[in-house]
Design a protein around this ligand. Structure first.
Ligand SMILES: [Zn+2]
Length: 63
């Protein structure tokens, strides 16, 4: 995969909602479904990574 600055999360494979990049601290990122947890009833979540790009790739790989 190339280093694409426009890299963005794909829609959720389970419910079609958008994927949201979550940032926790300076080096913890992951992507979860916009309807994850208290926002809805979807349980789609990507693996944690230490940067935004990897977090999005982790999510896109499962979607
Ligand atoms: Zn979803």
């Amino acid at each position: 995969m190339s280093d694409n600055p426009a890299l963005a999360p794909k829609p959720c494979r389970k419910c079609g909602a958008s994927g949201e990049v979550i940032k926790a601290g300076s080096r913890r990122f992951w992507v979860q479904c916009a309807r994850f947890g208290k926002n809805g009833n979807c349980n789609a979540i990507g693996s944690q990574a230490d940067n935004r790009k990897e977090a999005i790739q982790n999510w896109n790989n499962i979607n």
